[in-house]
Each structure stands twice: as structure tokens, then as C-alpha cells.
Design a protein around this ligand. Sequence first.
Ligand code: ADP
Ligand code: ZN
Length: 753
Amino acid sequence: MPKTVQVAVSNTAYHFDKLYTYLVMPEQENLVRNGSMVLVPFGQASKARMGVVLGCDEVPVNAKLKAVYDVAPDSAALTPDLMRLVLFLRERTFCTYYEAVKAIIPYGALYKPALAADGITPVLQKQLTRHTENQYSVAGELPQKPKPTAKQLAAVALLNGGPRLLNDLEQKGISRAVLDNLCEKGVLCCEKVNKSIDRYANIPYTGVNIQLTQAQQQAYDALAPHLEDNAPHAALLYGVTGSGKTLVFVKLIEQCLALGRKALVLVPEIGLTPQMIYRLKAAFGSRVAVQHSALNHTERFLQWQMIQDGGADIVVGTRSAVFAPLKDIGLIVVDEEQEHTYRSESAPRFSAHEVARQRAAENGALLVLASATPSTESYYAAVKGRYQLVKLTQRYSGNALPSVDLVDMRAELAAGNPGDISRAMESAIRANLAVGKQTILLLNRRGYQTVTMCEDCGEVLKCEKCSVPMVYHKAKGELLCHYCGSSIHPAPHKCPSCGGKLIYTGFGTQKAEEELAKLFPKARILRMDQDSTSTKDAHERFLAQFGRHEYDIMLGTQMVAKGLDFEDVTLVGVLGIDSLLFAQGFRAYENVFSLVTQVVGRGGRAESPGHAIIQTVAPGDPVLNLAAQQDYEAFFEQEIIFRKLSLYPPFCSLCMVGFTGKKENEVAFAASRFAVLLGQFAAKQEKLPLRVLGPTPCTITKINEKYRYKLTVKCRGDKAFRTLMRQVLAAYEKEKLPQKASVILDMHSDGDL
Ligand code: ADP
Ligand code: ZN
């Protein structure tokens, strides 16, 4: 019975973030435990704040302590696993305790402060209230006097067969008034149950039903033994596109469940979840829970509750699914492990990898990182023996990887074609249409025209709030900022600075769609980008339609490049990715290599072999050429040398410290002040290797009226370094500079904010 508790309190400033001790009232002793969500008085005015119990003491304390106001039901309490994750996240990402709690628990499972009916007593209230519904069941005899009505008789007759939901009863013509009246009489009773909304309920169950190929079986055999021992183990499953990595881990999941343990499957983005959910639900039925960002709060909470209650054996989802409250995890799969989406870009800036590794270690689970283009860091770890390396070198179909041609767009222009679609691309698409096969086209820019420039002064039209060019969207006839969403409507004809004529250039997906429609009037073209898929479920619906061959060409941004598996796609075209070739950040080469290899890999996955065409203005680019050859190992050899020579991960850790604020000079000052503090604290610790670069403005100097500066710290990302950074952060926060800027720490960035 806890007499006092240590509580992580919400909304504390960084340098006040510690555990606060509270008294537990005798009537609460049975309700409070480690992990409980509580409401506590905080500060001079004893304002009610949310908190989570992270420690309990059975010994009464004499000091004059404040007492806990309220305790949430037991079902809301954090499991020991999740409590450990709170501590882990705080340690790794420099966030506060409660920020970590909020990252780990979905919004719908959280509580908020409210007042009791008396208007004075602080109490807890659920964030979500509409996730339950009424369920009725029989509780007593229906009195024969006064004579029961027909509806009453019908209600009781129905409910004699077992409890039913209000909705169901109403559909059978029995109103809520009738039911409430029977409850008052004690004939029925009503309880609140969680709604069941499962939008994946209709996927037919087929069972696992997989015959692995010999190569797949070998990969499986190399991995499966690590499911059986309870020791943590990490492996990299490196398999070329179409080699059947998914089937290997479906088999591993089957074995994991057979051993009585649970499995967690992470996919990099929302677009790939439907396909994975479909495969897993078909194979394993209803005990698959889903956690991803496209679920609404209620759906997400209900799925989470199902996991928390032990109702799920498998959880599949995007980045934050790594926090699913699964108990006894035997297997964690991180599919397409190189994807940047596994790294959070808002606080707390965690990487799903590190959390997955941590959970695998705590649970004695097997961690499988899978990819056709592993991140340089992961492959290096495998080469060095820190991960087991398992390879699949052949496609399942037995086909070779698609053949790739590079088309030089400068030569194309010189030869008299000023268009954005080369003649080679055009004839390949035409030929593919003629044989009734499907085509995937990648263009890494959404919008219609992507650059607006003044003919006279040469000025590029930028967003007023952000230092980025505005993009022309034709349907609405406006210029749009892709960073802050502001628009200029209608799109102007004259330069705002000199009045000269504006010319619109650049090639976005909307323009590509239009040009394709001109070239191939009979082709059915599907455009997939953020604009066309913004409505709920659009993404899923489009992919299903493409799968049913309702379209001939799928044209889109990054979202068409990865993971998709359609057997009739035999041609892949890259209309443009040149901007990526010149991108900043130490992972830029890796990103190009991965994107091109992945998109090329969408073709020729079944019987018919695939072909790919890449349009570029830099046909000699070495990374592009390695990607065209789909030679990952050659790419890795080259990349690892670059990383070593320029000192980038995996040869050091990179800690990016970002500063943002409304006044540029204040942001710059804050950054240099932080650098000074860092220097002072670091000087006290001789054995800590550090290299601090900056402060410099970020690549994009301003977003949404906020200026952005950064310090780049190359370091050994170990405990000693984190302790140092925590000291610096606390000192920085304590100074409360008048020129205060928000500070962001990121241990996983590409080198920019
Ligand atoms: P990867 O993820 O490695 O790119 P997938 O797992 O998507 O590849 O598999 C590629 C295609 O080959 C899928 O359509 C898959 O169903 C099929 N496939 C792979 N292995 C097998 C197998 N053993 N039996 C049946 N189909 C398979
Ligand atoms: Zn903007």
C-alpha cells in the first residue's frame, strides 16, 4: 500500500523536471500503484496538473506533503514496460518525463484535469468520452403487472439470447426510452462498453499458408532459433526488392505466436500500412491490432485498449506503434528500416530503431531490420558483426532485377524536345500501354509548376513567412507554400518587387498528369500525392483500384516508390528527382540511392520482367549510376568511405541543436550563447571527444515566420555526452535570456533542423 508516490508532473520546465513526492490518502491506497495516472496539486496555487506515478513508498513520510487529488482507473495505468520507456525516452531525447508519457500513450488514453459536479473538487476526466456505447442485458424478471407492452416483451425476448448494444436494439425498433424504463424496473441492466470500430474487419482469413522458397527458408532458418531463446538478438534481413522479405517475417511471426509470445511489426509510412495489415490479418485473423496516425483518436484508442487488455498478439503500425503496450514481445520487425520516417521530427525526437532495440533487449526478443537498401549505419553494424546479416539475393519470381536506362535531359533538349517527358519515356509508356501492363512514374514534386521567377529582376517568388519558393497549383489557380500552407490567390502575373513579368516554370505532378493525358488520351492515369490523397482513406482506395487494374499509370511523389507490390507493373519511370541529387545533409546520397532502387524495384515483380527509365540532367552522377545498377554493396563501399573521411555516422554521433524564434538576431544570439555554455561545461570533462560546428543558419532559414539556426555537435553519443548536454540545457533554460529562442535537440537528424 503506497503511502507516498513520486510523480512525473505535466508542463514542467526542463530544469524543474524531476519526480515530485505526494501523499496518498488512505482511501486511495488501493487505487494507486506504479504507473497510475494521477491528478496532483502543483506550485504555489496548487493548480491541478496531470501526472504519472513512477515510484511508490510504503513508509509514511513525515514531511508536510501535498496529497494526490485523484486517481484514474487501473486500466489506464502504464505497464512496467511503458514506464521503462518513459525513462528511456527522457534519457535519450532530452525531453521531460511527461513529454515522454504523451509520446508513448495515445491521446485517447490520456486524462485531463476537470472539476467535479460540486464545481470545486479537482478530478480527472478522460480526453475522449465518446468511445463507449450502452450494452443491455437481462437482470431480473419482467413483471406481469401492469401488462408488459409488445416492445417490452420483444426487448426481453431478444436480450434473453445474450447482451446487445443499443444501436443493434434500436435497429430492431426498440427505443432507448423502452430500455431505460426496463432498467429502472430492474428488468434490464446497462453497462458502458468500448465501441468496436474495426475498419479492417472485412479482410478474409486465409491462414498462413506459405511455402517458402529454398532461399527464403534458409533466411528463416537462420533467424528462427533466436525466437526460442529468451536472449535479445538483432538481425538485418537484407533482401533485394521482390525477394519476399514479407513472407519470411510472416513465417517468423507464426513461429513467435506458436511459442506463446507476441509480435510487433513496424512499417515506415501510412501508405504501406494497408498492404501489411491485409497480409497479416489474412494470415492471423482478428488478433491483429493497428496503430497508425491515420486512425482517428477513437479508433486509435480502442485498438490501443485492445492491446493493453491483452487482446492482440500482433501489432502493426507506423513509428509510434513501437510504444504499443504489448506484453512479452518475442519478435520486432522494422520493415524498410532505412526510412527517415522512423525518426521523429518533432519533440521528443526519438528514433523507432532505438526504441525497438531497447524493447527487444528488455523482452529478450528478436529484432529484424529488413530492407533492400539498408541504412549505411545498419549495414555497417551488420558487417561489424553487431547485427546478424541475413541475405536474400534473388527475386521470388526468378526474374532479374529490372534493367535500367538513364536518359540525359540536356541532350533531349539539344535534340529539340523541350518537354519534360523524354521520347524514350514516351515510347516505353506507349509500348507498355499497348500490351495492357501497368506503369509507375515517380516525380518528386507536387503542384503544377514549382518555380515562379521574374523575367526582369530574376527574383524567385518566395513565401512571405518562409524562405522557400511558392508552388503553383493549377486547379485553384494559386501559389502555395508547401511549408506553412499560406497561399496567394489568384496567382500573380507581375513581380511584387519590380513589377516585371513573372514566368512560371518547373514540373510538378499536376503538370505531369496533364502532359501524360495529352500524350496518352486513352490511358487511365492515377495521380498520387499529398493533394490527391488528402481525404480520409483516399490512399487506401487508390491503391486498391490500381491493384484491380482500374488504372494504367500511377504517377506520384515518394509515396509510389516504396514497398508497393503489384504484379502487373512492368515499367517504372523516374520523371525527375534531380533536386535530391543536390540535396543537403549527410544522408543525401543514401536517400537518392534508396529512392531510385526502391522505385525501380516496383517493376517486374511477378512473371513478366521489368524495365525502368530514369530522366536526369546529371547522367554521370555516380550515385545515380549505382542506383541504376541496383548494386547496393558497391554503393555501401563508396558511402562508408565518405562517412569515414568526413566524420559522419556511423563513425560518430551527430547531435543537432536547433534554435527557432521570431527575431533573427535573438535566435542567432541564443545559438551562440548555447555554444559558449557547451564549451564551458565540456572544458570540465577532458575525456569527452566533441566537435562543435556553427552556429549557422539552417538550410531553410525561415519557416512560418520563425528563423532557424543550428549547432552541429559531432560526438560519441554515449551516456557521458547526454549528461553533458542535459547540464548545458538546464543552464541555458535557467538563464531565461531575454532573447529566448526555443531549443531543439536531435540525435538522429540528417544534419539539419
Ligand atoms: P519484398 O518485400 O522483399 O520486396 P515481398 O515480400 O513483397 O518482397 O514479395 C514479393 C512478391 O513475391 C509478393 O507478391 C509475394 O507474394 C511473392 N512471393 C514471395 N515469396 C513467395 C512465396 N514463397 N510464395 C508465394 N509468393 C511469394
Ligand atoms: Zn510559407
